[in-house]
Design a protein around this ligand. Structure first.
Ligand SMILES: NC(=O)c1ccc[n+]([C@@H]2O[C@H](COP(=O)([O-])OP(=O)(O)OC[C@H]3O[C@@H](n4cnc5c(N)ncnc54)[C@H](O)[C@@H]3O)[C@@H](O)[C@H]2O)c1
Length: 384
């Protein structure tokens, strides 16, 4: 299974099998102008590529993911032509509302497929690289697979982008690259002491990207805090979203320890930060590395915010021994000082947005659908 999964066609087969299992997914699939990974640029299905040429064009890898599914529509709104390369591990439905936009081209493929990158990248002005096995547990399911996607694919992607004439490359790193520090404000100048392979490879990719910075190829790295809030491709496996889900559906939250700090950023602010570093003049961002967070709350404080929003009439809080005592805290002063970027939403806003999404029925089957939980979905795909 793994050998098959390591090729784009293996993944495509898995995805096709999965899509066949759900008639609703088939419907969406037909509405999305999906360009198969093996399509040639002169094939009729590549029309959206030509239509997009007059605009600034950005490739978003992982554009079907939690952050990507909010970023892609915002880019289109701002006049960008957008190409997405994604395995759509968590489905394609999230991009269905913008699927008819002629400025959007979707490629169901693998960032490790260099032939695909060689076809998609020419004509792009910028790249936002989000595609990733994007948390520690999913990564640890199969470290070799994780390494091939999160590290080994990175240098070829950067090189093909540069040789294709891409002028700006934005990398989604993580604030977990710092590890645990005692300093009250962890800023970008501090040493990177990543604790897991997921974080180590983020740090390694940052170093690789820095090698390529030049006047013709502007490189920028963002180190996001944990993202929270509603996305059409919802994750319910990140701290604020987990707490909100349990408060809404169980009327009870469980707090492990509670004094550990967990910095967060509202998903709409995260997307604004990507737009900011894409659109600011080169001289302001070139070679830049920026933390992006809004609040450094403890887990207990996060639970309190969730309980106040969800249940003024009372949500039970169960406190259990800490399963992960690590405490993180970051300073986001640099991005404000140098780019004027300041988050406009709070954790409370993210909780409210999620509560509204649950109430509106936008997140059905929240307990069981594996697509809300990266590790469950990866286990289901058997990419081990
Ligand atoms: N969400 C957070 O809290 C957070 C925090 C810090 C950093 N980040 C980083 O931001 C980025 C986006 O995170 P997210 O939460 O949207 O993740 P996500 O898991 O929701 O999305 C990742 C996307 O990448 C795709 N993908 C995975 N492997 C691929 C491959 N080989 N080829 C093509 N596509 C592939 C998946 O199908 C998915 O759509 C990631 O790089 C993540 O490490 C996220």
């Amino acid at each position: 299974m793994l050998a098959a999964a390591r090729t784009a066609s293996g993944f495509s087969d898995l995805l096709a099998t999965w899509a066949r299992q759900s008639s609703s997914r088939e419907t969406v699939e037909m509405r999305v102008p999906m360009i198969p990974a093996d399509s040639r640029s002169d094939s009729p299905s590549a029309e959206p590529l030509r239509a997009a040429r007059a605009q600034r064009t950005v490739l978003v890898t992982g554009g079907g993911g939690y952050v990507g599914a909010v970023l892609v529509p915002r880019l289109l709104e701002r006049g960008w032509a957008v190409r997405v390369v994604d395995l759509f591990i968590y489905g394609r439905e999230a991009l269905a509302p913008v699927a008819g936009d002629p400025a959007l081209a979707l490629f169901a493929g693998d960032i490790r497929d260099q032939d695909l990158l060689g076809r998609v990248l020419p004509g792009c002005d910028a790249v936002v690289h989000l595609a990733c096995i994007s948390n520690d547990p999913s990564f640890e399911l199969d470290p070799e697979l994780g390494r091939s996607i999160n590290l080994d694919a990175f240098r070829p992607l950067v090189e093909i982008a540069r040789s294709s004439g891409v002028a700006r490359f934005v990398y989604a790193s993580s604030s977990s690259v710092y590890g645990v520090k005692d300093a009250p404000d962890v800023d970008e100048g501090m040493a990177l002491e990543p604790l897991t392979d997921y974080s180590r490879y983020k740090a390694e990719c940052e170093r690789i990207l820095a090698e390529y910075e030049s006047p013709e190829f502007t490189t920028v790295t963002l180190r996001p805090a944990t993202v929270c809030g509603y996305s059409p491709r919802q994750r319910l496996d990140v701290v604020v979203n987990i707490l909100t889900h349990h408060a809404v559906h169980d009327r009870k939250v469980r707090v492990f320890g509670g004094e550990q700090k967990r910095p967060n950023i509202h998903i709409d602010d995260m997307v604004d930060a990507y737009l900011e570093v894409l659109e600011q003049p080169r001289e302001r961002v070139a070679g830049g590395v920026f933390n992006v967070g809004c609040e450094n709350n403890t887990v207990s404080q996060l639970a309190r915010i969730v309980c106040d929003v969800v249940g003024p009439d009372g949500i039970a809080v169960e406190v259990l021994p800490a399963d992960d005592p690590r405490s993180y805290h970051i300073s986001s002063a640099k991005i404000e000082r140098e780019l004027g970027f300041r988050p406009r939403r709070t954790v409370e806003d993210a909780v409210r947005d999620l509560v509204a999404a649950f109430a509106a029925g936008k997140l059905p089957d929240a307990r069981r659908d594996p697509r809300y939980y990266n590790i469950r979905r990866m286990q289901e795909l058997e990419l081990r």
